[in-house]
Design a protein around this ligand. Structure first.
Ligand code: TXA
Ligand code: MG
Length: 320
């Protein structure tokens, strides 16, 4: 199905489709999501089928406000503080489901917890409000590809699938939401993303752990090590590219390196701008037919931690 501009009429039509169990890809401030009715197992199964997901990873449920979350999950003190500080925005909270939570088991992969998010993008807000149902939405890419930050990326990955694609322009944040497990006495970051660990700690006035992915601090179920891989091998911490490589630069560059293709994530060295450009840059360089994508060092501060997390996963191997 083709791409549609996100006008008010078309958003209303897309909301109808969601209510009828059909799939709608829509922009959020992080990345484009592939949405379906979270209560409807057929709709959720269609999401997994369209993505070609090898397994049923739990999905994030999207609603337009914190008030809508209360019907789905238990919002404790930590969750409430984080919700007030960061919603609507690029934060996902993992909470205990309520006893009568209508989200189907297929959407949560049978877990007793629910991941919820209130996105800020005006098109996402309008769509969720018009639909009036909880919307399960993973990133709208084929399984193993990098997340889409433009409607054209969604079309490239899912254009052959029965998916109605809403075009709301390029996404502002460019990285997925930060996922925080708020079910325990202290919060744990399961996935670094659009909200930094520093920002979480300052709002909560307590240290926030980041899951290492081992038995003590397991990462979220969807954080497969190989998740974010382009097809071209990745070479991290490169000083300069080889002529047959593609070059992913960051910060000011002196001279013009000889490379098969060249994208600078942020010539002025801005990590927010770099995050917004990351996935589009990986797609562009992946298409260059290079022997590898050489990546300049990215500082580990602020959003750099999440950017480096995605790049390390991309470097681990080819996507599936
Ligand atoms: O920015 C985003 O979060 C985007 C937009 C569309 O909202 N969505 C997204 O969804 O990235 P997805 O499916 O690609 O990633 C969802 C992440 C996975 O790492 C998954 O394991 C985790 O959330 N997750 C979902 N439910 C969970 C739960 N109950 N407990 C722990 N982790 C959970
Ligand atoms: Mg994803």
């Amino acid at each position: 199905m083709s791409v549609h501009p996100a006008t008010p009429d078309i958003i209303e039509a897309a909301a109808q489709r969601l209510r009828h169990g059909e799939l709608v890809a829509f922009p959020t401030e992080t990345v484009y999501g592939l949405g379906g009715d979270a209560r409807n197992p057929q709709a959720v199964a269609a999401i997994y089928a369209a993505k070609g997901r090898p397994s049923f990873n739990p999905l994030i449920t999207h609603v337009p406000s914190l008030a809508d979350v209360a019907r789905l999950a238990k919002v404790g003190a930590i969750a409430e503080t984080l919700a007030h500080a960061f919603w609507p925005g690029p934060l996902t909270l993992v909470l205990q489901r309520t006893a009568d939570c209508p989200v189907c088991d297929l959407a949560t992969a049978g877990l007793p917890t629910l991941a919820v998010r209130v996105p800020s993008h005006p098109v996402a807000q309008a769509l969720l409000t018009a639909a009036g149902i909880p919307v399960a939405a993973p990133s709208a890419n084929r399984s193993g590809h990098v997340s889409p930050t433009r409607a054209a990326h969604v079309e490239a990955d899912l254009g052959q699938e029965p998916v109605f694609i809403l075009d709301g322009g390029p996404t502002a944040v460019g990285l997925e939401s930060t996922v925080v497990d708020a079910t325990g006495a202290s919060p744990v970051v399961l996935r670094l993303g659009g909200v930094t660990r520093e920002a979480l700690q300052s709002v909560l006035s307590m240290p926030v752990a980041v899951a290492r992915g081992d038995a003590d601090l397991p990462a979220s179920p969807g954080m497969l090590a190989r998740h974010y891989a382009p097809h071209t091998p990745i070479r991290l911490e490169a000083v300069r590219p080889l002529p047959e490589e593609a070059w992913l630069a960051f910060g000011p560059e002196t001279g013009n390196p000889v490379a098969r293709a060249h994208v600078n994530l942020s010539p002025r060295g801005d990590l927010v701008e770099a995050a917004a450009n990351l996935f589009a840059a990986l797609r562009t360089l992946d298409a260059a037919g290079a022997s590898a994508i050489a990546v300049a060092p990215i500082p580990e501060r602020g959003l750099g931690a999440a950017i480096n997390d995605r790049l390390r996963r991309a470097a681990l191997g080819r996507g599936d």
